[in-house]
Design a protein around this ligand. Structure first.
Ligand SMILES: CC(C)(COP(=O)(O)OP(=O)(O)OC[C@H]1O[C@@H](n2cnc3c(N)ncnc32)[C@H](O)[C@@H]1OP(=O)(O)O)[C@@H](O)C(=O)NCCC(=O)NCCS
Length: 180
């Protein structure tokens, strides 16, 4: 029997990733991008994350990539270096089967040994019950909502900010400030 595998993404997975994200850009409000990035752009983004030492996973079944999740820099200024922002996207047909949860849990688990202390989810659209739900299940706290900051498909969209402390979070200051 085939089993779902959560594994690090490779460049060979990026055509699948590009297709999954293209659907989300064209039809969804989770992302505020309006024009789907092509494979070359998704490859450039992937390489930038790899060069920065960030984790990137896919959920694969029988050689098919069903979804992906990665962590990247939250904001570029260096004091944010222990904080990551996450992204998780699945093929629409396999929503609500626990795959988003598995991807996100693996991503969080991988961020701890890499020394990250906070993970931020910037969720497009207050109506995105799936994303709010999966982040809540992973222990993220609701921070608040920026109302009406995006305009897509002719309607104003909120962003919902959720946050998870990773490892020791803000209770200690890293002894080895390796990310300076
Ligand atoms: C958000 C997304 C990754 C969630 O992945 P998923 O595999 O569908 O979610 P899971 O089946 O792992 O759900 C885990 C838990 O999250 C919650 N949840 C998931 N979908 C939900 C929904 N539509 N409504 C309410 N709660 C939901 C539930 O608590 C669920 O656990 P349960 O099924 O045991 O009740 C997926 O729906 C997706 O790709 N959405 C479009 C893109 C997107 O919004 N990405 C997030 C960008 S911030």
């Amino acid at each position: 029997m085939s089993t779902l595998k959560i594994r690090p993404a490779t460049e060979a997975d990026l055509p699948f990733v590009t297709e999954i994200y293209e659907h989300a850009v064209r039809h969804g409000t989770a992302t505020f991008e309006l024009i789907p990035p092509d494979l070359a752009e998704m490859t450039r983004r992937y390489r930038a994350l790899m060069d920065g030492g960030f984790p990137y996973f896919v959920a694969a079944l029988d050689g098919q990539v069903l979804g992906y999740a990665y962590a990247g820099p939250y904001r570029p200024r260096p004091a944010y270096r222990f904080t990551v922002e996450n992204s998780v996207y699945l093929q629409p047909v396999i929503h609500r089967r626990g795959i988003g949860l598995q991807l996100l849990q693996r991503l969080i688990a991988e961020c701890e040994p890499r020394g990250y202390r906070q993970m931020i989810a910037v969720i497009g659209d207050s109506a995105n019950a799936g994303s709010i739900g999966v982040h809540t299940k992973c222990g993220f706290q609701m921070i608040g909502t920026h109302p009406n900051v995006g305009l897509k498909f002719g309607r104003w969209l909120d962003t919902v900010m959720m946050q998870l402390a990773i490892g020791e979070g803000g209770t200690t200051v890293p002894a080895d400030d390796a990310k300076s």
